[in-house]
Design a binder for this molecule. Structure first.
Ligand code: NI
Length: 389
């Protein structure tokens, strides 16, 4: 076990205290005022001078200056979700209906630990380090664009972030080179027909039948319009129609999500959704109004940056195992940073059954093995220590 892991494990109780304090006081995306104040207080106690309210939101950064020239950035997100916690933990959420159900409390705690550890290893660093505490990850348009507009990537040569994962065993660090997490678009289609008596369909234009055809035809996009070596997801998840068994409604609302991993594929899928909805509706004498809401872009892991992260993980020892993952259908606003500077994002396993019951992210009983946090903190610190070597 290297010293960095030992340092991080020595910070285990601080890590737990930070995470539990944050966990008990979760704040929704865009409302992270108390969380940001907590982080700023802890950073000041370590001797940092945080820069607060970046881009007009609750994001903050702190720099550890060791050399002129480019910096490396380490990023954590801080927001919680509109979920009512059902874990029964002693440090469960005190804000009804709000819960840290994605581990962003752990991310913030781990980055605080990295900030403390690196301060003590300042003389080993070849690059100055910027600690980026980002708000608003869980909700589009995300917090990263505001942070970028606020200048957090200025003079940054690479950025690294980790996500703790409740369904990957503790001790595993996992990622994928190139496209890793999906680009997201929201699908919203309103089919406008003509309502009427269900016994006299000849006088109506039935949007229910038209919608059924649209839903089925949308499923041909992935199978017929996308090459077999490319991939995409088109899911219709919500169908709102009708009020009675003897009334043909005048309109149907369809909603769903589109996930892609390549910008050309994304544009092709969006184009096909518009064509299919408009074409089928027109053929049936109806009209389809299509809105394809923009979500996060595809998260691309830069090869050189990811291999530095991998080197950092492997040099930590401590029984840590690196695993290559397939494409992930989830979205993450860390993707925005990678559009400006080389970026790498990795998953840190935190599953440990039966000690911690395993539930997926965004679940009311989501929890992690807190013993995974020192590894995540050590990985963040080690990435910075590897920079410039
Ligand atoms: Ni998350």
């Amino acid at each position: 076990m290297t010293n960095v892991v030992r340092d991080a494990e020595n910070l285990g109780s601080a890590l737990r205290n930070w995470r539990r304090a944050l966990h008990a006081n979760p704040e929704l995306s865009g409302q992270e005022e108390q969380t940001a104040a907590f982080v700023a207080r802890e950073l000041r106690a370590m001797g940092y001078e945080p820069r607060e309210r970046i881009g007009g939101e609750w994001g903050l950064t702190a720099d550890l200056h060791v050399a002129s020239g480019p910096l490396v950035a380490l990023r954590a997100d801080m927001d919680a979700l509109p979920i009512h916690e059902e874990t029964g933990l002693e440090f469960a959420s005190k804000n009804p209906g709000v819960m840290h159900a994605c581990g962003h409390d752990a991310h913030t705690a781990m980055l605080l630990a990295a900030a403390r550890m690196l301060r003590e290893r300042k003389n080993e660093l070849r690059r100055s380090v910027r600690f980026v505490f980002q708000p608003h990850e869980e909700k589009y348009p995300g917090g990263a664009p505001g942070m970028i507009r606020g200048g957090v990537l200025e003079n940054v040569e690479s950025i690294f972030g980790v996500h703790i994962i409740s369904v990957i065993p503790k001790g595993i660090v996992a990622a994928r080179e190139g496209p890793f997490m999906a680009a997201v678009n929201q699908l919203h289609i309103v089919v406008h027909g003509k309502g009427g008596h269900a016994a006299m369909p000849e006088d109506a234009i039935d949007p229910v039948v038209i919608s059924a055809q649209i839903i089925t035809a949308l499923q041909t996009i992935v199978s017929r319009s996308i090459a077999p070596h490319d991939t995409a997801v088109v899911s219709v998840t919500c169908v709102e129609a009708g009020t009675a068994d003897n009334v043909i409604p005048s309109r149907v609302v369809l909603r769903g999500t589109i996930r892609t991993f390549d910008e050309n594929v994304r544009q092709r899928v969006l184009q096909r959704v518009r064509e299919i909805a408009a074409g089928i509706a027109a053929a049936c004498g109806a009209r389809a109004e299509v809105t394809l809401g923009e979500g996060y872009p595809v998260l691309l892991n830069d090869a050189a940056t990811l291999s530095r992260a991998k080197r950092a993980a492997e040099s930590l020892g401590g029984g840590l195992i690196w695993q290559n993952l397939p494409l992930q259908g989830g979205g993450e606003d860390f993707a925005y940073y990678g559009k400006h500077v080389p970026a790498a994002f990795v998953f840190v396993g935190a599953k440990n059954e039966p000690r911690v019951p395993c539930f997926p992210h965004h679940h009311a009983r989501f929890d992690i093995d807190e013993d995974a946090m020192p590894l995540g903190a050590a990985l963040l610190a080690q990435y910075a220590l590897e920079a410039g070597r």
